[in-house]
Ligand binder design. Structure first.
Ligand code: FMN
Length: 326
């Protein structure tokens, strides 16, 4: 057990989860994390025309407003995804809205896209130093009616055009009412069309929900291929509470270890159906090198983590990368 798990995590976990998150993000954004990038040509991945120094990225939602983009390389990440960013700033849902489930190594969140808006993040991205690839994840404001959702994706894509290595259309968060309906063919097609029109060159991905049936996933894949999307991210958090030890009655999306089986099943299905044509990014329950290997075997070219990093601390990525090399 490292210093983080033995001491720091105990202290951080005494704070309410969202306060601890802000404290952690502040530490990273000030460059206070000791640098431990692990450079090795064997870890490099080339995907969608982008060179990734290693296959492990920080998943969307941790650095929503791109406040620490200059520093994530210090934690060893090979890329970072900022967002979800909406065109206008919004506060998200009332607190408390983030809960730890230590017995399950999971989290439940219903943050609801709290973010400072695409324009502020764009300013930070414009001023950033060159470094690891950055993905830009976009969504709709809560008060935008679903039938106008594509307008929000267009505005966010415009504000952030040219500032990321790839763009992600997020239609899979469970905490914005109706958002996941945008995974339906007609809505998704319209969103992808407007985002492609705004930015025809940057690789475009869609982030999918783990709660879709395989039939619905197949429809989504057909739309994605038709709209010449470059990749899929599988998956977002789940509404299911299957297999939880913790007794907890909080609404929101579940992440971490308990998400892993369902997230793997979705990835495997995507791997079998479109793995040769689309870049797949596997996310959901990654804590160790074995988890990374498993996601890769299921078809993922790259992986991302959020909850595993919260539980494992700043040494997590170098530890996994060292293990992958050995
Ligand atoms: C607190 C929290 C906030 C999140 N916010 C976002 C978000 O804004 N956009 C998004 O696409 N995914 C968001 N996610 C989902 C993660 O990016 C990831 O898909 C999910 O947590 C599964 O990975 P994990 O098991 O490694 O946490 C969030 C997850 C958590 C725990």
């Amino acid at each position: 057990m490292g210093l983080y798990q033995a001491v720091l995590r105990k202290l951080l976990f005494r704070l309410d989860a969202e306060t601890a998150h802000h404290l952690g993000l502040w530490v990273v954004s000030r460059g206070l994390l000791s640098a431990r990038p692990l450079r090795d040509p064997r870890l490099e991945v080339e995907a969608m025309g982008i060179r990734f120094p290693n296959p492990i990225g920080l998943a969307a939602g941790f650095d929503k407003d791109a406040v620490a983009v200059n520093h994530w390389w210090r934690a060893g990440f090979g890329f970072v995804e900022v967002g979800t960013l909406t065109p206008r700033p919004q506060p998200g849902n009332p607190k408390p809205r983030l809960f730890r489930l230590p017995a399950d190594q999971g989290l439940i969140n219903r943050l609801g896209f709290n973010n400072q808006g695409a324009t502020r993040a764009a300013a930070r991205l414009r001023a950033r130093q060159p470094g690891i690839p950055i993905g830009v994840n976009i969504g709709k404001n809560k008060d935008t009616p679903l039938e106008h959702a594509h307008e929000d994706y267009r505005l966010a894509a415009e504000a952030l055009r040219g500032l990321g290595s790839y763009v992600v259309v997020n239609v899979s968060s469970p905490n914005t009412p109706g958002l996941r309906q945008l995974q339906d063919a007609d809505s998704l097609r319209e969103i992808l069309r407007v985002v492609r029109t705004v930015d025809p060159v940057t690789p475009l991905l869609v982030k999918v929900a783990p709660d879709l049936e395989f039939d619905a996933l197949d429809d989504l894949c057909a739309t994605a291929l038709d709209c010449q999307v470059d990749g899929l991210i599988a998956t977002n958090t789940t509404l299911s509470r299957e297999g939880l030890r913790t007794k907890i009655d909080e609404a929101g999306g579940l992440s971490g270890r308990p998400l892993s089986p369902r997230s793997d099943a979705v990835l495997q299905h995507l791997g079998r159906t479109v793995g040769d044509r689309l870049t797949l990014i596997g996310v959901g329950g990654i804590f160790s090198a074995d988890d990374v290997r498993r996601k890769r075997d299921l078809g993922a070219k790259l992986v991302q983590m959020y909850t595993g990093w919260v539980y494992g601390g700043p040494g997590t990525v170098p530890r996994i990368l060292t293990d992958l090399l050995s």
